[in-house]
Design a protein around this ligand. Structure first.
Ligand code: SAM
Length: 361
């Protein structure tokens, strides 16, 4: 992909991530968004001795940066270049579960924004690409040059929360073909009558295109539920989001998974049978302190939420038994045979895996 640049990414809310994950020596953790390896490094330092970390990133350049940064941790780190929508698959393949904590630090790392050729930023003129991974087929150029005006307007409104979506879509269609970020930013400036507030008029449209190119919303929803099934009892999940659409998904997911019943209020007796899997541990959303935003302006919009897996080991085996169509007695009767229990969990996870999930790349 783009040439590797020297821009460093400063990990956001690093202390808060370690505290909310409750990182302990000897723990097993997954960083689903390795980036430049900043959070992973902190997790490895706090889980020493005996800690293990699985780091995942869809971007091969991020993987290379992290491999360099984390090489001194040697066998304590496993790095995988893949999309986190394949989280359960990756963990089953590597036999990396159950885990004590899982982190998602969503969005982009600083080098991705500053690298020539990635097309994420309108600050540099570059081909309109925006893919996290070169294995993905659709680029931002494909979308702006082929989607009907009405669909472009819908995307820009929904994923950019842009009030000028219809004008922008109309201008885009009139000025096609559009090949570079610079061209697109100029067209958006013309469509919106130039800059009015603090943010550049292209900011929201660029966000919307990036979300659609990378299936960010669908993949996040799918990965969150996969993550929960990989946590052991008391394991923590921590998510840092950078815009309201991501944060809404995380908030609703945590709320839903921390309820015992999802029936509508008019239903007097529960018919859904849903059981709480999580307990929310960040009663108030965590945001960076003033000192952090001064030092690292990119942290300004960060919001951290965390939850803890509350389902007991017995319930996990009940889940496994249900999935395997055998009686709980058979499963729990083998409590003292960890090999069998692991096998059951593995079968359970691979069966879960076959349920429809988000966009697979
Ligand atoms: C904000 S950065 C993470 C920075 C990292 N926490 C650090 O301290 O260096 C987000 C990273 O997540 C990756 N990413 C975003 N969505 C992804 C997905 N669906 N699957 C895998 N990686 C993803 C991006 O490529 C990027 O490198």
């Amino acid at each position: 992909m783009g040439s590797l640049v020297k821009t460093t990414h400063i990990p956001v809310l690093s202390r808060e991530v370690i505290e909310t994950l409750g990182v302990l020596p000897g723990g097993r953790y997954i960083d689903c968004t390795l980036g430049s390896g900043g959070h992973s490094q902190a997790i490895l330092e706090h889980s020493f001795p005996g800690g293990q970390l699985l780091g995942i990133d869809a971007d091969p350049d991020a993987v290379q940066r992290s491999e360099n940064k984390l090489k001194s941790f040697d066998k304590s780190v496993l790095i995988v270049n893949d999309n986190f929508v394949n989280l359960r698959d990756i963990c089953v393949k590597l036999d990396f579960f159950p885990v004590h904590g899982i982190l998602f630090d969503l969005g982009l790392a600083s080098p991705q924004l500053e690298e020539d050729g990635r097309g994420f930023s309108f600050q540099h003129d570059a081909p309109l690409d925006m893919r996290f991974s070169p294995t993905q087929r659709t680029t931002a150029a494909d979308i702006v040059n082929t989607y009907p005006e009405i669909e472009l307007a819908r995307i820009i409104k929904t994923y950019g929360e842009e009030i000028h979506s219809r004008q922008i879509a109309r201008y885009i269609v009139q000025k096609r073909p559009i090949h570079t970020t610079g061209q697109l930013a100029e067209i958006i400036e013309q469509a919106t009558g130039g800059r009015h507030g603090k943010i550049h008029p292209a900011t929201r449209t660029f966000q919307a295109l990036r979300i659609v190119v990378n299936h960010e919303m669908e993949n996040l929803e799918s990965a969150l539920s996969q993550a929960v099934s990989l946590l052991g009892f008391g394991g923590k999940i921590v998510v840092i989001s950078y815009h309201s659409l991501e944060d809404r998904i995380v908030k609703h997911f945590f709320q839903k998974e921390s309820k015992d019943c999802l029936c509508p209020p008019e239903v007097l007796k529960c018919v859904c049978g849903h059981k709480a899997n999580l307990k929310i541990i960040t009663r108030r959303i965590i945001t960076p302190a003033f000192a952090e935003t001064e030092m690292n302006p990119r942290s300004r919009s960060a919001k951290l939420r965390g939850a803890e897996r509350i389902i007991t080991p017995t319930q996990q085996y009940e889940e496994a038994a249900e999935q395997l169509n055998c009686s709980v007695g058979i499963v729990t009767g083998h409590w003292r045979r960890p090999g069998l229990i692991e096998k059951l969990r593995k079968t359970f996870l691979s069966m879960q895996h076959n349920k429809p999930t988000g966009h697979q790349k």
